[in-house]
Each structure stands twice: as C-alpha cells, then as structure tokens.
Write a protein that binds this ligand. Structure first.
Ligand code: FES
Length: 176
C-alpha cells in the first residue's frame, strides 16, 4: 500500500463525484462497499488514494478506521495505482497443482518484476503502468485450472506460451 501521510483532499470535481456516489448509495445495505467500488471504478488508475478514503469517512460519518479496514480486507480494492491492464493469476489449490506458480513466475520474469516477500500474494505494476500482475485466491472456476483473468476475461487451462503471447501483446500495445 501507499504509505505516508496523504491528507490532501481529492480535487473538487472528485469531491463532487464522491458526494454524488455517496448520495446514490445512502441507506442501501452494504453501502460502504458500493461506495468504495464505484469511487474506485471512477479513479483513472483504478485505486483508492488515502485522501479519498479519508474523504469518504468524513462525508459518510463512518470512522476512518472502518473505511480503511474495508478497503484493505477486500481484494477488490486497490490502495496503489494499477496498470492499464491486469493479469490476475489464480493461486488456489487446484490451480497450484496445475502449474499456476510457474505461470506467475514466468510472467513476472517477462515483465521484469522483482520478487516480493510472499510469492502467493503478488500485486505488482510495471513502471510504465501498462500491466499489473496480481494473484487471486480462487476464481471459483477450479475445473478450468490453471485459471488466469486478463482484463476481467477468464482464461482456463492456460498454457505458458499462450499466456506469454497475450502478456507481450499488452506490453507492446501502442499508447494512444
Ligand atoms: S483454485 Fe484456481 S479457480 Fe479455484
């Protein structure tokens, strides 16, 4: 996650957007989840900056600690800027036994990503913010193991060479 004291408010147009989202979700069950999901959807880099979490807490009256706890608990939420494309590799048991660790290591190598502490919990983004590689505990598609999701499209029975080609295409996509 991004560390440090980030206490600046979101820009005023972002504040207006967040206020509208909060207004739309008010009174709904699980409102905070819905608010955070929609706010993240609207963020250009698909993440929730600390200042945004603080602003949501202030405007909803929900304690900051609770907003932060929700944002950190659910894998859906990102606290760091994400790449334009996302490659999510399943590290559940079925996918592990079908070689997902090797897929993950191969993609990291391809993108020049450095090892982090826990090889099963990865969320890395290329410096040009083109591609984020992350791990998922299980997509619920175990019969298709190993499973990889690329930009929200599930791929099953993934083969290393096919994955490398797809990742290369994302990496080399022309910037418009
Ligand atoms: S373990 Fe990979 S989809 Fe379930």
């Amino acid at each position: 996650m991004t560390t440090g004291l980030v206490t600046a408010l979101p820009r005023s147009e972002d504040q207006d957007l967040i206020d509208r989202i909060i207004g739309d979700q008010a009174g709904r069950p699980g409102a905070l989840l819905g608010i955070l999901a929609k706010v993240q959807d609207h963020n250009r880099d698909k993440y929730l900056p600390m200042a945004t979490l603080e602003y949501v807490a202030k405007r909803t009256g929900i304690p900051e600690s609770q907003v932060y706890a929700v944002a950190t608990f659910f894998a859906l939420f990102n606290l760091d800027p994400q790449g334009k494309h996302t490659v999510a590799i399943c590290r559940g048991t079925a996918c592990h036994t079908r070689g997902s660790r090797a897929l993950l290591e191969r993609v990291k190598l391809q993108l020049g990503m450095q090892e982090t502490g826990d090889a099963d919990k990865v969320a890395l983004t290329t410096p040009d913010r083109r591609v984020t590689v992350r791990t998922v505990a299980c997509f619920g598609q175990c019969a298709l193991a190993p499973v990889v999701e690329i930009d929200h499209a599930i791929r099953g029975h993934v083969k290393e060479q096919a994955l490398i080609r797809e990742v290369e295409a994302l990496r080399r996509e022309r910037v418009r």
